[in-house]
Ligand binder design. Structure first.
Ligand SMILES: [Zn+2]
Length: 554
């Protein structure tokens, strides 16, 4: 390469990172439009885009009330014509700034913020990092505007010698990653369109989202080839209501839910293991009964929602596992209630009779089949009307709408005996396990391995390659389960799928890319102490990203 070496673009990366950070862009706000404009403006200044303005453009997000848009920058090497293409992604939204308290106005001005942070009572590690001068603080700087700046500066660097560059790069700067990933979900179908239109052959997707220590004191720096997935098994539990004066005449759905929580919550039995790495165990995200008022009647229904991480487990497998566990827990509750009732009868001298409860658990699609049996084809029209009505209610979020849908369907069933129904709450993020079996996977793994090997000797950092980015990101949408039966199982067990929640699954299947996250290094994403370590972020990350791109396109 002519000119500066890649390690010498550090200043430019910092400049872009600060510029992007100075534009507040909280997910779900109009700032997301302004940051897209700003990013577009920076790219448009590059000589390459002055010469090829058609390669830099916005794509509006479909059906978005805020009118948000993503920015796409294509870059075509001119050494010789090549279809080989690397896709880069970066999100340009951030979380809110209320965590900065009295320093909110400085949250997006890193140097001003640094002057004032010292006056606060900071945790010792934060103070140490602040006083070292090796860190920069600011909202979005770590998650992930420095990452965006790295991709942009690398493209600028490559563009200056585009005559000697072979292959293509497509950068998608996307909105809404911190909320619903609608930016990425609009980018994926666009990539498939571009492939058809221009004949691009996508080889891999690179994200530069943040990378943090895996535990306090962890000195390793990670590159993740692949990503964890997330699925949310949900239990809709129907008990039998009764007055508190006759408690054994009913069955309390809260007791079944409690049993399920005790069994599943943070239980390593439900970790998913693949490629030598283990996910975090599941954790509850919601647990409540659905009785709206206070009264002396027990609840009839309750819901329980888990966050579950996956490395290899597919939705149908999760569903099966959760259905088995649901049945076991329900049975335990029935057994325990019988034992307690027996004891109570002895205490008061009443003749004991076995309680009538029969444990049963079914999936949402089984519930649907039961109701369909009774109502026939008119059921589908009823569901559609109900969902359209739900969609008009802006006070409900997607999960609430799904609960309402499950409740509606269950109420249509003639059998109102206690039952546990298992379904999936939105959103769903597929894992991407880059096993190394397919050609593209092999290519990416060796590109990253070589990049690390060539970079490590130049720095004092311990670079470690891992299989799964441990936090949920847009990368999940670069692929989807391939088996149609699995996808169908997912769809028919996600209440309201297609009306209140939907993924471009066919587009994700078609894109089907191995992914890597090569992130800026820092600490405390989503906290007011969010910060990047400058040296790693402005020197090592770009070096790794650049070499990985070159290795893939070689
Ligand atoms: Zn992020």
């Amino acid at each position: 390469m002519k000119g500066k070496s890649i390690t010498e673009i550090s200043n430019r990366i910092e400049e872009i990172a600060l510029d992007l950070t100075s534009q507040k862009s909280i997910a779900g706000s109009a700032g997301e439009i302004k940051i897209a404009d700003k990013l577009y403006g920076i790219m448009a200044e590059m000589d390459y885009y002055k010469k090829h303005p058609e390669n830099l453009y916005f794509v509006p997000v479909k059906n978005d009330s805020l009118g948000r848009k993503i920015v796409i920058a294509e870059m075509n090497g001119e050494m010789k014509k090549s279809a080989k293409t690397v896709v880069l992604i970066g999100h340009i939204d951030t979380v809110g700034i209320s965590d900065y308290g009295s320093l909110q106005e400085y949250a997006i001005q890193p140097y001003e913020l640094a002057k004032r942070l010292g006056d606060l009572k900071l945790p010792p590690e934060v103070r140490e990092d602040l006083e070292s001068g090796e860190y920069l603080f600011g909202r979005g700087l770590f998650d992930m505007k420095s990452g965006d700046a790295i991709s942009m500066a690398i493209m600028e660097y490559i563009s200056k010698d585009i005559e000697n560059f072979e292959g293509n790069i497509i950068f998608g700067a996307v909105c809404d990653e911190e909320n619903n990933s609608i930016g990425m979900l609009n980018f994926v179908p666009k990539l498939n369109e571009l492939k058809k239109e221009k004949g691009y052959n996508y080889l891999a997707m690179i994200d530069t989202d943040y990378m943090a220590p895996a535990y306090p004191g962890d000195l390793n720096k990670y590159v993740y080839v692949g990503t964890v997935g997330k699925i949310m098994p949900t239990f809709f539990v129907v008990g039998k209501e009764t007055h508190v004066g006759e408690p054994y005449d009913g069955i309390d759905p809260n007791q079944i839910v409690a049993q399920l929580t005790k069994r599943i919550n943070l239980n390593p039995e439900f970790c998913d293991f693949a490629g030598g790495e283990t996910t975090l165990p599941p954790i509850t995200l919601k647990q409540r009964d659905l009785k709206p008022e206070y009264s002396a009647q027990i609840a009839k229904t309750s819901i329980l929602l888990f966050n579950m991480a996956t490395h290899e487990m597919t939705p149908d497998q999760v569903l099966e596992k959760m259905t088995i566990v649901g049945q076991e827990c329900f049975q335990q509750v029935v057994d325990e209630l019988n034992a307690r009732y027996k004891k109570y009868c002895e205490l008061i001298g009443r003749k004991h009779k076995q309680l009538p409860w029969v444990a049963r658990t079914m999936t949402y699609d089984e519930l649907y089949a039961n109701v369909k049996n009774e109502l026939g084809d008119k059921l589908d029209g009823m569901i559609e009307d109900y969902l359209l009505g739900l969609n008009k209610d802006s006070s409900l979020d997607i999960r609430d709408k799904q609960v309402k849908m499950a409740e509606y369907l269950h109420n249509l069933w003639s059998d109102q005996n206690p039952v546990v129904i298992v379904y999936f709450s939105a959103p769903y993020y597929p894992h991407i396990y880059v096993e190394g079996k397919r050609d593209k996977e092999k290519l990416l793994i060796s590109a990253v391995t070589d990049a690390i090997a060539a970079t490590a000797p130049n720095y004092d950092y311990k670079l470690v390659q891992k299989k799964f980015l441990p936090c949920i990101s847009d990368l999940s949408y670069a692929a989807a389960p391939k088996e149609q039966a699995v996808v169908t199982k997912l769809k028919i067990n996600t209440p309201g799928y297609g009306v209140i929640y939907e993924l471009p699954i066919e587009d994700m299947q078609e894109l089907d890319l191995p992914v890597v996250n090569i992130g800026a290094f820092g600490k405390d994403a989503h906290k007011y102490t969010e910060r990047i370590e400058k040296k790693y972020t402005f020197q090592v990350t770009p070096d790794l990203v650049y070499k990985t791109i070159k290795n893939i396109l070689k």
